[in-house]
Design a protein around this ligand. Structure first.
Ligand code: ROI
Length: 160
């Protein structure tokens, strides 16, 4: 089993419902166990400002799926929720990013792990800290060391 972290993001079609059903789908992934889910966080869009605010969260899983098999499974979930992505950095119904795969570093055309933007994004680092504690991000250091320089946009935890 490898411990992995997946980032969830949505800013279309009832983002709270999108993230809830994504967590349900993640809980049924083959050869995997959903270990923890973070709270939901709201943030202004990074990128074009003419789109709704995002909700983001992080899921922690233990999996026996290989990285690309896991990526395929995440993309299946995105498609099942009728992912709409009109333009680069535009609004989307559901984004699932493989953030961390154990302590592996992966550099393939389809998949870069750790996720390239992870260390700069408050809306990823804050939910990650909640589920994973102060883990080490390969080549980047600990989450707590990255938080002071993350963002904008700022991210705000929603009440349950
Ligand atoms: N901005 C925020 N706040 N949250 C996201 O998940 C997010 N995802 C994206 C882009 C368009 C870069 N901006 C985002 O893909």
């Amino acid at each position: 089993m490898t411990r992995v972290h997946v980032g969830l993001g949505s800013n279309l079609d009832d983002p709270r419902r999108q993230l809830e059903s994504a967590f349900e789908a993640l809980a049924t992934l083959p050869e995997s166990v959903l270990v923890a889910r973070s709270s939901l966080y709201r943030s202004a869009p990074m990128g074009p400002a003419d789109q709704p605010d995002y909700l983001n969260a992080v899921a922690e899983l233990d999996t026996q799926l290989a990285p690309l098999a896991l990526l395929d499974a995440l993309q299946d979930i995105e498609q099942a929720q009728r992912r709409v992505r009109s333009r680069r950095w535009g609004p989307r119904t559901l984004d699932l990013d493989l953030l961390l795969y154990g302590d592996r570093q992966i550099d393939l055309p389809r998949l870069q792990v750790p996720h390239p933007g992870l260390h700069q994004r408050c809306f990823v680092l804050l939910p990650l800290l909640e589920v994973a504690g102060d883990i080490e991000i390969p080549r980047r250091g600990r989450v707590s060391a990255l938080l002071p320089s993350c963002g904008p946009p700022a991210a705000f935890r929603l009440d349950d």
